[in-house]
Design a protein around this ligand. Structure first.
Ligand SMILES: Nc1ncnc2c1ncn2[C@@H]1O[C@H](COP(=O)(O)OP(=O)(O)OP(=O)(O)O)[C@@H](O)[C@H]1O
Length: 251
């Protein structure tokens, strides 16, 4: 595994009672890149994410992260190694406020989240950074709201802020702009670009404008297998990809 490749899956396969949702996928994600995973509904994108973060066990295949075999690692161990999925929201608690949720993520990163005896004053030291992250995802006017009170799009923004608070080496974002209005989509896309400056991002995204804007590399899945891979120009000019997208409303 080359040093440039942070995450590598080989022959990854997931069968559900005879149905193959992910079929012999070889995926290499370059360190520092934004890599998008696209494909029609049911192509296996979410299943692939779940395999990579070990929310699901693969039927076959191997996964290496930073050169180490994580094929059988526990999901929490994978997160600790720096591979964090955005909705892995042990990071978002519905009854806690936006500020508390993001601050908790920051505390986890410094390894103090379970030190409940820590003085309230020490928490305030984290507030400035928490407010920065909250501001960056456009949630400043929702600071005191509980996570469960937020509208859907804002909740997704909070998930991203909470994930960023953990400062992962690699982030897996599962449809980060889903359910968002046009303005929020643009803000989130910019934010992803900004945070990707010093980390690796693998993103499942349906909005092809966002994909075109963000991605260094795009992998197109169809029926669980890789149909094409390359830059946006490469894949969007690929006849097989055009065919796969016809009639899906995403073209
Ligand atoms: N637990 C499961 N049991 C049986 N089949 C499943 C299970 N999870 C997913 N599948 C099937 O696997 C296929 C791939 O699903 P997946 O959700 O990974 O696709 P996707 O590309 O993420 O789709 P979408 O874009 O609609 O989110 C689908 O046909 C789905 O019905």
């Amino acid at each position: 595994m080359s040093h440039d490749v942070i995450l590598e899956a080989k022959g990854l396969t997931k069968e559900f009672e005879g149905f193959t949702a992910v079929n012999n996928v070889d995926l290499r994600v370059r360190r520092g890149s934004i890599h998008a995973l696209i494909g029609p509904n049911g192509a296996g994108k979410t299943t692939l994410f779940s395999l990579l973060t070990r929310f699901l066990s693969a039927t076959r295949g191997t996964i290496r992260f930073n050169g180490q075999d994580i094929t059988r690692a526990h999901p929490a161990d994978i997160a600790r190694r720096g591979l964090v999925r955005s909705f892995q929201i042990s990071a978002v608690y519905p009854k806690l406020s936006v500020l508390e949720n993001v601050r908790l993520g920051l505390q986890r990163r410094v390894g103090s989240s379970f030190e409940f005896w820590r003085r309230e004053s020490s928490l305030h030291g984290l507030n400035a950074r928490a407010h920065e992250l909250i501001d960056a995802v456009g949630l400043s006017s929702f600071v005191g709201h509980t996570a469960e009170e937020l509208p859907y799009g804002r909740k997704r923004a909070l998930e991203i802020a909470a994930t960023l608070a953990l400062d992962p080496e690699m982030m897996l974002l599962d449809e980060p702009t889903a359910g968002m209005g046009h303005e929020d989509i643009f803000k989130i896309a910019e934010l992803i670009k900004q945070v990707a400056a010093n980390r690796t991002v693998l993103v499942v995204e349906h909005n092809l404008n966002v994909v075109a804007h963000l991605s260094d590399t795009i992998t197109v899945l169809q029926r669980g297998a890789i149909l094409a891979e390359g830059t946006y120009a490469d894949v969007s000019n690929n006849p097989a990809v055009r065919e796969a997208y016809m009639g899906t409303g995403h073209a």
